[in-house]
Write a protein that binds this ligand. Structure first.
Ligand SMILES: Cc1cc2nc3c(=O)[nH]c(=O)nc-3n(C[C@H](O)[C@H](O)[C@H](O)COP(=O)(O)O)c2cc1C
Length: 189
């Protein structure tokens, strides 16, 4: 699939389920492959991923519900929990700090670069999943859930949570996007 076709097929899928067109192994191999392929500033390899697969899916979203103490509706979180899994995106702050020491003149750029690289990885995985017939959306319950997530999965303290991507079989397609006047956003010199 061309990159344009892939990006136009990718949408935020909120109606997801556990009828998956591909196996957990294919999810894992796709995530690993793209994590290798996506670039990073100075090739620092700062992105980290935790893939929460099928039988752990309920536990993760119940944790989000509990941490928010009912302040996020069950109905909303149940929509994400209905999916087949969730990909958690992190960057490793230990790498960022090491790079800051090595390249002090660029020190203040490294945290932003780590986020940019994670964004590249997020869009790559989001699009690749859709190519495989899997719908996903991007959620941000961090930083509220950070401590509980670290505790549950025993993660290194230096892993900073950036985003949560619940995915699953596609229940329904979102409404088509509204077209805009793109010349307001893209200028030509
Ligand atoms: C950096 C970023 C943060 C986002 N955060 C959220 C979020 O917290 N919750 C959510 O439902 N969607 C989130 N989205 C999804 C956007 O709202 C969505 O991509 C946008 O409205 C366009 O719709 P589409 O994904 O169907 O093309 C986020 C998207 C990006 C790129």
């Amino acid at each position: 699939m061309s990159i344009k076709k892939s990006l136009s097929s990718r949408r935020s899928y909120y109606d997801i389920n556990r009828q998956m067109p591909i196996s957990n192994e294919q999810i894992v191999s796709t995530v690993k492959e793209l994590t290798e392929l996506v670039p990073d500033a100075f090739n620092m390899k700062s992105s980290r991923i935790l893939t929460v697969l099928s039988d752990k899916q309920d536990q993760f979203w119940d944790l989000v519900y509990d941490v928010f103490g009912g302040k996020v509706s069950h109905e909303k979180l149940d929509g994400f929990k209905a999916g087949a899994g969730t990909i958690l995106y992190f960057y490793d702050n230990a790498i960022v700090e090491e790079m800051q020491k090595q390249f002090p003149r660029y020190a203040e750029n490294f945290p932003g670069w780590a986020l940019q690289s994670s964004g590249m990885l997020q869009i790559s995985i989001w699009s690749a999943l859709r190519e495989l017939g899997v719908g996903a959306s991007l959620q941000h319950y961090n930083p509220v859930i950070d401590e509980a997530v670290h505790r549950l999965y025993d993660l290194p303290e230096s892993w900073k949570l950036i985003a949560e991507m619940p995915y699953g079989g596609i229940g329904s397609e979102p409404d088509p996007k509204e077209l805009e006047d793109i010349s307001k956003r893209v200028r030509i010199a």
